[in-house]
Structure formats: structure tokens, C-alpha cells
Design a binder for this molecule. Structure first.
Ligand code: SDX
Length: 388
């Protein structure tokens, strides 16, 4: 592939669609065929056989761990789960109506201020910071949720895995094995996805040689948007809107949205022009959880919406994406809507850190694209009395 620099003439691509700017081994998205690989391993293999901890290790060390490596990594995550009292005090000052993504953005920024070695670019130190961030994002989120509801905070339980501990700290009761297993798989599916907007945001920040905390704060702010990570929260709100304002009439809702050229949340993707393989796995998990919780209402509505939207959106190669069925899974787990994107961040912080690490390792260049100038030139400067 020729580097554009050799070609000379800048390339214009709206939204940077289909533009490569670097190389990676972390993941490969086959958009045409709806396939996804983490370090070359098909996502289905990892979702069926791995755990969040093992997949996080795969991303940060670019290899699957041996048993002792996994035990050491898991131990480090558990040791780093709780946050220093100063951060808890900081969370107590945050307005209770703050969006949980703003809480993550704020507290991660504070974590960076507490790290005197924040600017380090040493690989082993960046990995340690990545492990710390991976360990504390669930705690920051769960503590805020308890504080905003005037509930006692629930300290981490070292006997629970990453997925189970988050549900425990959030809900204040031990989750069932099936809930832990399903939630763990959603975290595996959210961990990494190439150069999506929030990862790109992290890399832009990292490319200036800023610190990893600033890179993660950039990514959190970017993920929050409803066109990106915010879509899972919007997708659940959409189901409630169908239920409450359309009396469950999916067809009427769809007709309305399409006629107003509005987007169906949880559908469509910049890269997948086939069914998002993560959505396929999440659909099965949603059905399994619906049977376990004896509540098929929401997933049945989603399946009907997918079937009815198929002929219309399928023509434009628009299919359910990762956020669609994640929404009903989180609802059935009793997680409030406004925490769904925080959960996305809890998983994706691994992918963000892994890409920053890789970009620094390969000596990634400063990212500085251009805009095509469409204004006039050599316009005379008018004194204020001459202006109209
Ligand atoms: C994630 O990049 C990643 O990998 C992201 C992610 C990850 O893991 O990091 O996969 C996670 O962000 C998934 C996407 C979550 N977002 C949503 O579900 C929001 C709804 N989806 C869209 O807004 C949209 O599909 C995007 C933003 C995801 C992608 O949009 P593009 O590639 O910019 O395409 P576009 O906006 O130019 O749309 C092209 C056409 C338009 O119609 P026309 O004007 O050509 O007639 O497709 C239509 C759009 O209106 N379209 C939709 C639609 N998405 C696109 N129409 C209805 N419903 C939708 N969801």
C-alpha cells in the first residue's frame, strides 16, 4: 500500500472513512463479512472460552497468558480495585445528577494528577497504569451510583471476578453465576474494536506525547456521544419509547423514524456492512438472560424491530451493532440506563490503553490531518466603520 506522502496530493474522505493512518496487531475487523478478531483469534472463540481478565491480558501483552501469568494479572487487578480515600472524597463532591460518563472523565483526570510519574512512556510502567485504570473504572462507577442514591458504598470483593465484582458493588448483593457469566461476555465483546472514534481520540492525544491519563480522558469524552458508546443507553430508551408512546407497536415506531429520516439506535456501523458479529453473540446472551429472568418482553421487542427493519435498513447494509442487544442485557441485569456507556468504558479502557501502548511502541507519528479549504483568499481587511 502506497503511503499518501509518496502520492503527494491529499486524499479527501468525509469522516476519515476508509483511511489507514497506522498499523496494528490488536484486532482486525472484516466489515464486509462481519468478522472480528482480537490478536488474530476469532471473537466467537474468545466469547465462548475466555474471560474478561484473560482477554484484557491478551490485549495488553499481545499474547494469551499462561496459568501463572493469568493468576498474577488477576491478582494485580484485584489489588488495585479500591480507590484511595481522596478519590472517594472527590466523588462525594460530584453533583448526584451528573452523568456517570462525566464522573469517569473527572475522576480519571484526578487519578492522573495523583500519579507523579504520569508522563512515563516506559512500556512496563504504562502496562501498570493500564491495569490500575482497568481495575478502578468499575469501582468509580459503582461508588458513584451508590452515593447518588444515598446508599452505603460496597467495597470490592476479592472472591469475585471482574464482572461479578462490578455487579456486586453496584447492586449490593452477590450476582448469580449466570448473570456473572453473561456480563463477563459482554465485557469481552466491548474490550476492543480497532480505530473507533474513542480509541482514535486516545491515539490523537497520545501522538502528541501527552500522558496516558489525558489520552483516556479524551477517549471517555468521545465514547459518551450517542453515535458511538452512548448508543446502548439510547437503544434502551428507544425500547421504552416504543412501549410507552407507541403501545408496543414496533411497526408504527419504525415507520415514524424512517419517515423523519431519524436513526434507529443500535443499528448501523461505519465499518460493518454485514451483521456485527458481536450483536449475533449478544442476541443469544439476551435470549438466555430473558429466559433466566423470565422477562422476554424487551428482547422480543428487539427481535421484532430487527425483523421489521431488516428489509428497509438491510438495503443500506445497516444491521444491529454491538450496542443493540447489550441494552436489553444490561436492563435485565438491573443496571440503570445511564450506566450502560460507563460499562462500555469499563471494558474499552483496555483497548484504549493497548492501542496507546502499541502506538508508542511503533513510534507513532503526531496525528495532524488537514481540512480542505473552501473559503476565499486575499480578502481585504475593512476598518470597523467600513463594515456592514
Ligand atoms: C459503536 O467504530 C466502531 O467500531 C464503533 C463501535 C465500537 O465497538 O467501538 O462498534 C461501537 O459506536 C457502534 C455504533 C453505535 N451507534 C449507533 O447505534 C447510533 C446509530 N447509528 C448511526 O448513527 C450510524 O450507523 C453510525 C454513526 C454508527 C455510522 O454512520 P456512518 O458510517 O457515518 O453512516 P452515515 O451516518 O453517513 O449514514 C449513511 C446512511 C444515511 O442515510 P442517507 O442519508 O444516505 O439516506 O445510512 C443511514 C443514514 O441516515 N443510517 C441509518 C442508521 N445509520 C445510518 N438510518 C437509520 N438508522 C440508523 N441507525
Amino acid at each position: 500500500m502506497k503511503d499518501i506522502k509518496e502520492i503527494g496530493e491529499p486524499v479527501y474522505s468525509s469522516g476519515l472513512e476508509n483511511i489507514y493512518f497506522s498499523e496494528t496487531k490488536l484486532s482486525y475487523i472484516d466489515g464486509e463479512n462481519g468478522r472480528l478478531y482480537y490478536m488474530g483469534i476469532p471473537i466467537e472463540e474468545l466469547a465462548n472460552n475466555s474471560t474478561f481478565e484473560e482477554t484484557a491480558y491478551l490485549m495488553l501483552y499481545q499474547k494469551l497468558p499462561t496459568l501463572s501469568e493469568l493468576e498474577e494479572f488477576t491478582k494485580k487487578l484485584k489489588e488495585n480495585r479500591d480507590i484511595p480515600e481522596i478519590l472517594l472524597k472527590e466523588e462525594e463532591l460530584i453533583p448526584k445528577n451528573a452523568h456517570p460518563m462525566d464522573v469517569l472523565r473527572t475522576i480519571v483526570s484526578f487519578v492522573g494528577m495523583l500519579d507523579e510519574n504520569a508522563m512515563s512512556k516506559k512500556e512496563d510502567e504504562i502496562v501498570e497504569k493500564s491495569i490500575k485504570l482497568t481495575a478502578i473504572l468499575p469501582t468509580i462507577t459503582a461508588y458513584f451510583h451508590r452515593l447518588r442514591n444515598n446508599l452505603e458504598i460496597v467495597r470490592p470483593d476479592p472472591n469475585l471476578n471482574h464482572a461479578g465484582n462490578f455487579l456486586y458493588m453496584l447492586r449490593g448483593e452477590k450476582p448469580s453465576d449466570i448473570e456473572i457469566d453473561i456480563f463477563d461476555k459482554t465485557l469481552i465483546l466491548y474490550i476492543e474494536h480497532g480505530m473507533n472514534a474513542s480509541t482514535f481520540s486516545a491515539i490523537i492525544t497520545a501522538s502528541t506525547q501527552s500522558d496516558i491519563y489525558s489520552a483516556i480522558v479524551s477517549a471517555i469524552g468521545t465514547l459518551k456521544g450517542p453515535l458511538h458508546g452512548g448508543a446502548n443507553e439510547e437503544a434502551m430508551k428507544m425500547l421504552f419509547e416504543i412501549d410507552r408512546n407507541y403501545n408496543g407497536d414496533v411497526e408504527a415506531y419504525l415507520k415514524d423514524k424512517i419517515s423523519k429520516k431519524e436513526r434507529i439506535m443500535g443499528f448501523g456501523h461505519r465499518v460493518y456492512k454485514a451483521y456485527d458479529p458481536r450483536a449475533r453473540i449478544l442476541k443469544d446472551l439476551a435470549l438466555k438472560l430473558a429466559d433466566f429472568t423470565n422477562n422476554r418482553k424487551w428482547v422480543d421487542m428487539q427481535i421484532e424491530l430487527e425483523e421489521k427493519a431488516g428489509p428497509i435498513l438491510g438495503e443500506k447494509k445497516i444491521y444491529p451493532n454491538v450496542d443493540y442487544y447489550a441494552a436489553s442485557i444490561y436492563y435485565m441485569l438491573g443496571i440503570p440506563f445511564d450506566l450502560y456507556t460507563s460499562i462500555f468504558a469499563i471494558a474499552r479502557v483496555v483497548g484504549w490503553c493497548a492501542h496507546v501502548l502499541e502506538y508508542w511502541k511503533i513510534g507513532g507519528r503526531l496525528l495532524r490531518p488537514r481540512e480542505k479549504y473552501v473559503g476565499e483568499l486575499n480578502i481585504p481587511y475593512l476598518n470597523i466603520e467600513q463594515r456592514r
